[in-house]
Design a protein around this ligand. Structure first.
Ligand SMILES: [Fe+2]
Length: 407
């Protein structure tokens, strides 16, 4: 074979190889690892009629959920906004709506690789799916169930598995991370270790509520945090019902004055709490709140139990967040017949009894982030009573609070 024939043959092989390359579906973009789900799926924004499924893939892809009632065939649900179906994202959120209360649904998260996102054509690659999983929607007619509350984990993600041991095999319908689950947010890498621990234990099957404390407000990534969670209102404050209980989730914001040097001129919580207080005043007038047998409030900072004003002559404390919370929310909660507040923040467990003029309801406050100071709060809803127990890591009980209702 002379050189000319050799190069002609080589060119023909190259063209044939290129045609194969185009004709055959490509598994992954050149030089990339296969598409995979790296975190989740986990359940968010649970109500009686809706749940949001969230998961993260290792690179941008499509995101849809295959969903069906127990025993029925699965149908594909995808979110769209402004006429465009969600795609080309790493964090996938699919809101499932129009669900029946108290019903079991099977679901699977599905992402399809995007090899090339052209203006007129999208080339897809392989599809990845999660396991086939199940969840149950909340149900206002359910009289007995339990839920669990963690607080102030401060990045020690293993705390989730450690403290769940204290619960043993007892069932629970949802889990609350009641603020300061991380110490600050400077990237996704602060969020996913927590989510991965939650998913490993429960969060693909049992709804997770990750509430904002004063530490989720800090760091360069704090403004991206809403991308990883979901709530019924799309805000950090919201409400939901399950069984005889109306739950109100408050965002108590930062713990110091907005002008404090730590916030570098970027805090606006005093105005934010006033807006939130308006929402709260409307919430306590809703039939769902008024007709509920119990009203339970989650608030990271236990604001009605704030320190009293200091003696004359001492410099003013910068820790004004709790007092500002008390000013904005205290009278509304006291007038609305709240039965229990569940808090954290001060790293010291307590059952704070009602105190006339400040709060008519007990405050159940969880412990801190370290070792034997950590606590798990288990609340049992039993028809006409509500039993909260603060458990220590060694399995002993720190304290209990029981409220009953004639409503
Ligand atoms: Fe805190």
């Amino acid at each position: 074979m002379n050189y000319r024939t050799f190069f002609r043959t080589l060119a023909a092989v190259a063209v044939f190889a290129a045609s194969l390359f185009v004709a055959l579906p490509q598994a992954s973009p050149a030089g990339s690892e296969a598409l995979k789900i790296v975190t989740g799926p986990y359940l968010q924004a649970a109500t009686e009629n809706s749940v949001t499924i969230v998961w993260i893939t290792n690179r941008n892809s499509t995101g849809a959920v295959e969903l069906g009632p127990s025993g029925a065939e699965l149908k594909t649900v995808a979110n769209s906004r402004d006429g465009l179906i969600d795609a080309n994202e790493r964090v996938h959120k699919v809101a499932l709506t129009d669900l029946k209360p108290g019903a079991v649904y099977r679901y699977r998260a599905v992402s399809r690789d995007i090899l090339k996102f052209g203006s007129n054509k999208v080339d897809y690659g392989e599809t990845v799916t999660s396991d086939l999983l199940e969840f149950r929607t909340f149900d206002r007619s359910k009289q007995e169930y339990s839920f669990l509350v963690f607080n102030d984990i401060h990045d020690i993600s293993a705390t989730i598995a450690d403290l769940l041991k204290m619960n043993g095999d007892r069932p629970y319908d949802f889990v609350v991370l009641n603020g300061d689950t991380v110490s600050s947010l400077d990237g996704e890498s602060r969020i996913t270790p927590i989510l991965d621990q939650a998913v490993a234990s429960f969060a693909s099957r049992i709804p997770l509520f990750w509430l904002r404390g004063n530490h989720e407000t800090r760091g360069s990534f704090a403004r991206q945090f809403p991308g990883y969670i979901a709530s019924p209102t799309g805000r950090y404050y919201y409400s939901f019902s399950h069984g005889p209980v109306r739950f109100v989730v408050l965002d108590t914001g930062e713990d110091k004055t907005d002008s404090h040097v730590e916030y570098s001129g970027l805090a606006d919580f005093e105005r934010y709490r006033r807006e939130e207080a308006e929402w709260l005043r409307a919430e306590v007038k809703t039939p769902a709140f008024r007709q509920a047998r119990f009203r339970v409030v989650f608030a990271h900072m236990p604001f009605p139990a704030a320190p009293r004003p200091q003696a004359p002559g001492t410099p003013p404390s910068p820790f004004t967040g709790m007092e500002d919370g008390f000013r904005n929310f205290g009278a509304t909660l006291d007038g609305a017949g709240v039965d229990m507040m569940i808090s954290g923040h001060v790293h010291s467990p307590a059952i704070i009894q009602p105190e006339p003029g400040r709060h008519k309801y007990p405050i159940v406050r969880g412990g801190g982030p370290k070792d034997q100071g950590r606590t798990l709060i288990r609340v049992e809803v039993k028809g006409r009573t509500l039993d909260a127990t603060i458990l220590r890591p060694d399995g002993t009980v720190f304290g209990t609070s029981q409220v009953s209702s004639n409503r």
